[in-house]
Design a protein around this ligand. Structure first.
Ligand code: PAF
Length: 283
């Protein structure tokens, strides 16, 4: 596996592979790999000739009071893991290799970025779309794989690709969880022992909500209320930033359970902001 820092080298190598007719898979990440990232790599690896993993803590998707500077990192460990999971190339640029000082071009999908995480992180998805677009232009992958924990991100990127006719297939990969149900996230590293012990109740509240819908409750407010009550009872030190039921494709809130519907939550727990979601399908 090659580890590279500069866009020119990335572009040259990927163009060379494409000229040889090889199928390229891309897994964009911000590093500090856990089994969720590794599952994305394995998934891309299994269907492509060449796997490009990118590791870049993208400054333009962090707001002024967010955790850009604290974001966990361990490049040597990540390089070894990427290598172990079949990456042919790990692109780990410095911010100035990705953004010129006078960078002025942005890509956004505002209609899908209004709710859920976009409501409290107003510039987040503009930063995500812009950096992912840049990675698409550099790598020109056939397939790009994203985790479904960030469901809204995946929906926005799918829309961006469709609207701008970008020739890449976006694949969502199911959430990878700890045994107790907590969705894997690099930000779980911020949790204290006590917070970590309570964090799996997020998943439990979502499973109970799905059960409630499948038992016949159709009212979104009633389901959201049950989730709020469970979270307040089981994670008393946490604070729900949002509990929403939305259409999984356009991320618009729904008032009654649609088929399918997505329930998504964000919970602030100490220094961590944890997100999770569940897709509801009713017979
Ligand atoms: O999901 C992430 O880790 C990031 O938002 C991404 C897609 C790598 C863009 O920086």
């Amino acid at each position: 596996m090659k580890r590279i820092e500069y866009t020119e080298e990335l572009q040259r190598q990927c163009a060379d592979w494409k000229a040889k007719g090889l199928k390229i898979g891309l897994v964009p990440t911000m590093g500090y790999f856990h089994d969720g990232h590794l599952a994305l790599m394995d998934h891309a690896r299994s269907q492509c000739d060449k796997l490009v993993v990118t590791l870049f803590v993208n400054p333009t998707q962090f707001g002024p009071n967010e955790d850009l500077d604290a974001y966990p990192h361990d490049l040597e460990r990540d390089s070894q893991l990427a290598w172990d999971h079949g990456a042919d190339l790990l692109f780990a640029p410095k911010p100035d290799a990705m953004y010129a000082p006078d960078h002025a071009t942005w890509v956004e999908v505002p209609e899908l970025a209004q709710n859920l995480c976009g409501a409290s992180r107003p510039i987040h998805f503009r930063g995500v779309c812009t950096v992912v677009m840049k990675l698409f232009m550099l790598v020109q992958p056939h397939v790009a794989v994203f985790g479904q924990k960030d469901w809204q991100q995946q929906a926005i990127l799918k829309r961006m690709v469709r609207d701008l006719n970008i020739p890449v297939e976006i694949q969502g990969h199911p959430i990878v969880r700890e045994q107790d149900g907590l969705a894997l996230s690099s930000r779980n590293a911020y949790l204290t022992q006590e917070e970590r012990a309570h964090a799996p109740f997020i998943r439990k509240a979502l499973l109970a909500a799905r059960e409630q819908a499948q038992q016949g409750e159709t009212n979104a407010e009633a389901i959201k209320k049950s989730i709020r009550q469970s979270l307040e009872r089981d994670i008393p030190m946490g604070e729900a930033e949002y509990i929403e039921m939305v259409d999984p494709d356009n991320i618009r809130p729904v008032t009654a359970v649609t088929n399918p519907a997505l329930i998504a939550v964000a919970v602030r727990l100490g220094k961590a902001r944890l997100i999770d979601n569940i897709l509801i399908k009713v017979d």
